[in-house]
Design a protein around this ligand. Sequence first.
Ligand SMILES: [Zn+2]
Ligand SMILES: [Zn+2]
Length: 618
Amino acid sequence: MRVGVCGSGGHLSTIRLRDIAAAGRHHEALDLFRHALRHSEPFVSISSILPSAILSAAALSLSPAAAQLHSLALKSGLLPADPFVLTALLSAYSRLRLLPLACRLFDEVPSSAAPTSAFNALISGHALAPVSSPAVLALFCRMRREAVPFDDVTLLALLPAAPPAAIPPLHGVAFRAALASVSSVSNCLLSCYSRVGAVDFARQLFDEMPDHRKDRISWNAMISCYAQNGLAHQVLDLFDTMEHSASVEPDAVTLIGVLSSCAYLGARSIGRKIENYISQKPSFDSNTHLKNALISLHVRCGDLARARKIFDEMPQRTIVSWTAMIAGYGMHGHGEEALRLFDKMIEVGIRPDGIAMVSVLSACSHGGLADKGMWYFSSMKTAYGVVPSREHYACVVDLLGRAGQLKEAWELIESMPVEPDGPIWGALLGACKIHKNVELAELAFEHVIELEPTNVGYYVLLSNIYSDAGRLDGVARVRAIMRQRGLKKGPGCSYVDHKGKVHLFMADDHSHPQAKNIYEMVLRLEAMVKNDSEIYGNKRKENLPLTGFHSEKLAIAFGLLNTEAGAEIVVIKNLRVCEDCHQFMKMVSQVVNRKFVVRDASRFHHFEGGACSCKDYW
Ligand SMILES: [Zn+2]
Ligand SMILES: [Zn+2]
């Protein structure tokens, strides 16, 4: 559409130019500006149309045009006094990543003469820069010193870029200026507290917001604060409150946050409830992000078939959908199926990224496909242009380690072009546990605790390696280091989602209403297993009697007591399954002819007919 200004009147031209620029038709806006200049229209003051032209030039990334408009502003005597032109130029330079030019321009403004909008533009510009914190705060301090009033726009630019320690005082400043009650500001504060991990502050702020001011953004911010800080239970509680008391409906962002927490916890009945809810709303049902979240949910809750069904029925799949499904097969030990799906993904023309390659390598590792994994690792750069990162190295160390090639795994670490991180040494340590290599374990341990000194899992792993090797001196030494450093092994817990309720079990814990029956069931199962010496084999007989009432044993007993014959029992455990329980569940699966699906901290175990899908490597 051609836009002319002739005959339209000066005021009208100004408004039209502003509207066209605001609608994102920046080329047109600049044409109109040039036309107005050339024809020096009466009534059109340059100061009224210049700001829109400047912002259009910036939106089109036209730095030379912005500079020309800057000099035009100077020639016309509009700088530094005209606040609109000044602000437009500062915003333009910020947007064009020409911060030094913005700063120089700002410095020419006499002290105390810069308007709030100019400060806001410059603060936003600094907030966009990669290292922004000190500059934004300095600008804000200057604003306060020069008694320039600040507004919600100032805070919205400043808060996300401010260093963590500055958030509470800025909150106070906002409060005193009566700005903390502006919805956008309180939502922004919520996100800031979430970003710096100050969950309690965030919740307090959330609770203090009157209900009518809590909009969907507030609820989503609080939910994602919990989700990002790993507090999945709190996510579900808050979602429950939202459903029952809030006047806002959840949107896709809310549901994705909740689904990811259900996946993390293995809370399958809540997840299914949300799946139901999604299927009833056409706009949600066609949302690819939600479908991807549902795939992850079912994978993580042990229902691969359901995940695959959703995947197959998706009208459009993104690389995230493919990766979630490939990772799912990997986690459940179906390496071949994971690779078949990967080939299909390539066939349909999706180029794998780094995350997809992690899921492929980890599927090879969990599926015991060492050669295939090595082949993908060595060809990923040339075939798909994915440069191996630390995550890929960690997968390959795990893969070689499981295959018993400990020396090769160690050599790979030594030859890495980047410094190895905790998970890489941790993978080697895990492999040493499987293959009972104490010397290499000690070496891997030294490296790993230097990088992750408070990760209790590694201490426990080394202690178990010593214990397996009968090295009680080693066990005592690890315990002493842990005591010295104030580290405690977190309690192991397992849970079963039964009829919409999560039943939690901890070792030797009698708080469950059915505790008496559960403990009797465990004893009965142990007796059955012990008597069945044929199944039990001679190998582990010396380890009898089986050790203690670990949480996963209680969960299995609960499942057997409360489900029909033939039903699969799904147990989620927060730590790795111990060897005794692993052995126990293998044998119980045969003795009682049941399938158990156990998700532990590292993968899924499918127990059936006396064997486990992990082939005893986990
Ligand atoms: Zn155990
Ligand atoms: Zn297993």
